[in-house]
Design a binder for this molecule. Structure first.
Ligand SMILES: NC(=O)c1ccc[n+]([C@@H]2O[C@H](COP(=O)([O-])OP(=O)(O)OC[C@H]3O[C@@H](n4cnc5c(N)ncnc54)[C@H](OP(=O)(O)O)[C@@H]3O)[C@@H](O)[C@H]2O)c1
Length: 223
């Protein structure tokens, strides 16, 4: 695909129509990609499983006529993350969806240190660095939105629940993401960065997300 968004003559939103979705090879990220393609967005889809991304791209290109670029990247790998971030800096993105995440459920004392590191790098560092990469361009264009997919577990620190001891690091990465998103959102525009805490693969959720981020948004402002 070219990196440039296309004007389809019936633009429903102010923003450019190029979106980058991480973790688009399955689940909620795939659903985001499907919904955005349905709405005419060109896409950059990112994940490790190239075959699944290529299948998605082929299907959505055929069904929706959008342009889709597949990027195979392990976002828990520092070099691959930085490479994607460098590329994202120069893309005229109207939307970044930081969705890729892992859970690695296990009692904390039994969680392998390598899994701890992967959780933090993928769930927390990757969205922050990708947001850092695209935000200056969005601010300069006065246009764009970031969706960081979190979890209700972001708010679970004081809960008493039997499954929580297996989720300490996962939940903490989501708490980090919510706080980061809220502060950046306030520093730019309250509606331009959306923190998603309750997610489900339902069209209603996706409608809500995309509408809130793209229809009700005000132009980004510098602080
Ligand atoms: N499902 C739920 O009930 C639920 C609830 C709360 C929050 N969430 C959040 O919703 C988001 C999506 O969850 P999901 O349920 O749709 O999960 P999923 O089906 O397992 O999808 C995760 C996606 O992340 C990608 N991914 C995993 N590790 C990666 C890596 N190292 N580098 C790049 N991409 C990677 C996976 O692709 P590859 O394996 O191809 O790399 C996949 O596309 C996550 O942020 C999750 O925390 C989900």
């Amino acid at each position: 695909m070219s990196g440039l968004p296309r004007d389809r003559g019936e633009r429903r939103w102010r923003m450019s129509r190029l979106a980058l979705v991480t973790g688009a090879s399955s689940g909620i990220g795939e659903a985001f990609a499907e919904r955005l393609a349905e709405e005419g967005w060109d896409l950059v889809v990112v994940a490790r499983r190239r075959d699944r991304l290529e299948g998605l791209a082929s299907r959505l290109t055929g069904e929706r006529g959008v342009e889709i670029r597949v990027v195979q990247a392990d976002l828990a790998d520092s070099e691959q993350l930085q490479s994607l971030a460098r590329e994202a800096v120069v893309l005229p993105l109207g939307l970044l969806v930081n969705n890729a995440a892992l859970a690695h459920y296990a009692k904390f004392a039994e969680l392998p240190p390598a899994d701890v590191q992967e959780l933090i790098e993928l769930n927390a560092l990757a969205p922050v660095l990708l947001t850092r990469a695209v935000l200056p361009g969005m601010l300069a264009r006065g246009d764009g939105a970031v969706v960081n997919v979190a979890s209700l577990l972001a708010f679970s620190g004081s809960w008493e629940a039997p499954h929580l001891p297996q989720r300490a690091v996962y939940a903490a990465t989501k708490s980090f993401l919510v706080t980061f998103t809220q502060i950046v959102a306030r520093a730019t525009s309250s509606e331009q960065a959306c923190s998603i805490s309750n997610v489900a693969r339902s069209s209603r959720f996706l409608d809500w997300t995309t509408r809130r981020c793209r229809l009700e948004s005000e132009p980004l402002r510098r602080t």
